[in-house]
Write a protein that binds this ligand. Structure first.
Ligand code: TYD
Length: 138
């Protein structure tokens, strides 16, 4: 089965005071960040996401608490739990994503390769699958 979830281990500087993680281009970021947003205060039982992006690349980091991310490439589906600020989940273009099982203290930070563009979203799963199929036919 294809591996969809690309987890990045983030180098952690730790000493007796605690821990620090730095993210910069090429170390470990593989693309330039144009936008950062974070999701918090998520109500119990809620699912977020439920879309794919045509072009956008993202890295998701759960800086506090935990949540689960399900990724789907139109053929395979994989769920990963994010529960550490030391792990980043790379999510490339054309992957359907669903975020769920947020803990009450979850803060999910998203580093994005592009500014917000509503036209980059595929919000209908059937249209997403059709677009995946058309891409693979090229
Ligand atoms: P939405 O796409 O529903 O979030 P999720 O993918 O987590 O389900 O976004 C919620 C609202 O925030 C929606 O009105 C669009 C707006 N928004 C922005 O204005 N800028 C952004 O960068 C993002 C991610 C969302």
């Amino acid at each position: 089965m294809t591996k969809l979830a690309e987890l990045i281990s983030l180098k952690t500087f730790g000493d007796e005071r605690g821990s620090l993680i730095s993210l910069q281009l090429n170390d470990p970021l593989s693309f330039e960040i144009k936008r950062i947003y974070y999701i918090f205060n998520t109500k119990s039982g809620i699912k977020r996401g439920l879309h794919a992006h045509k072009k956008l690349k993202q890295i998701l980091i759960c800086t506090s608490g935990s949540c689960k991310i399900t990724l789907d490439d139109g053929k395979n589906r994989e769920t990963v739990e994010l529960k550490s600020p030391t792990k980043g989940l790379f999510v490339g273009a054309m992957l359907w994503r669903e975020m769920h099982e947020f803990s009450v203290d979850c803060v999910l930070m998203v580093l994005a390769s592009e500014e917000y563009d509503a036209n980059d979203y595929l919000r209908n799963y059937d249209e997403f699958k059709a677009a995946c199929f058309n891409n693979s036919e090229l």
